[in-house]
Design a binder for this molecule. Sequence first.
Ligand code: AMP
Length: 282
Amino acid sequence: MNDRNDLYSIRMRASFRKRHVSGSERIITQDRIDATVRDLVVRARDRANEPDRIIVSVDPLDASSLRYLTSLDVITLKTSDLCSGREYAARVLKLAGVSEQAVASAMEQINTGASPSGANMRGAMIMDAVTGERLERDHERGIRSSRFDWTDDAFQSAMQQLGGMGLTHHRTAEALALATKVAYAPGMVAELCWSDEPDYTAGYVASLTTGYVRFPFLKQQGDAHGGRAFFVDHGNLDLTALIRYLETEAILINAVGICSPAMDALAFLDRILSCLNRNSYN
Ligand code: AMP
């Protein structure tokens, strides 16, 4: 795919009674448009909440503006339930530079539906990493990170490596691609996510400092609330540039970061802390 010029961005979003149900992103060559559109429609309908509206957009991409990235390193932290999952997620976020206040606010809002109507948002909250203030203009919709995908080779390699960690769901590879794009955004500090799919309890914290840190439980089984918070350095932020990067700049992931076996949460925190200390002495 890499040396082709006929690249297209395919975006799907599905809703039920005007409420967001799911969305998906691909970057593909022209010959795969039909199959990909079909695949995304099938995917949209294969949800606990079947949508009554599915919109698929197909847009040409300027291949010369593509940026290539290596995916974030991936690790799962061994936590046994929602409580310890959220506690350690908060501690990882703190190491990445997010205040306790901002973490508590993000968790509370994702927990109860972060849009003013109490529903899940279509996109993410943009939050001041210190105060927790929400900076996105439209709190109902949020900001969607768009136009990212894996190259074919990197996707195969990612599925193999994630599969070796027991992570065979396509959702993990998609979330890792999204989190990688987001982590490299200008002004980004860290991301927190858990899914709105009722049966999918896992979630993650991601940042350039910590990599993609996965938690098996960030919510209760059966809970249909989920969402994303993008924590940013408000003091040095160019919000327009950040949103332009997230929504329009095309990113292909062409190499896979290190995928490590599941690890004790405290040992992981120690490891990150000693890395941070080492870097501050150098
Ligand atoms: P999902 O991981 O697909 O279950 O999505 C969980 C939540 O993350 C959704 O309810 C949205 O609020 C948010 N979200 C999903 N996709 C994106 C995206 N591409 N950019 C920003 N936020 C998203």
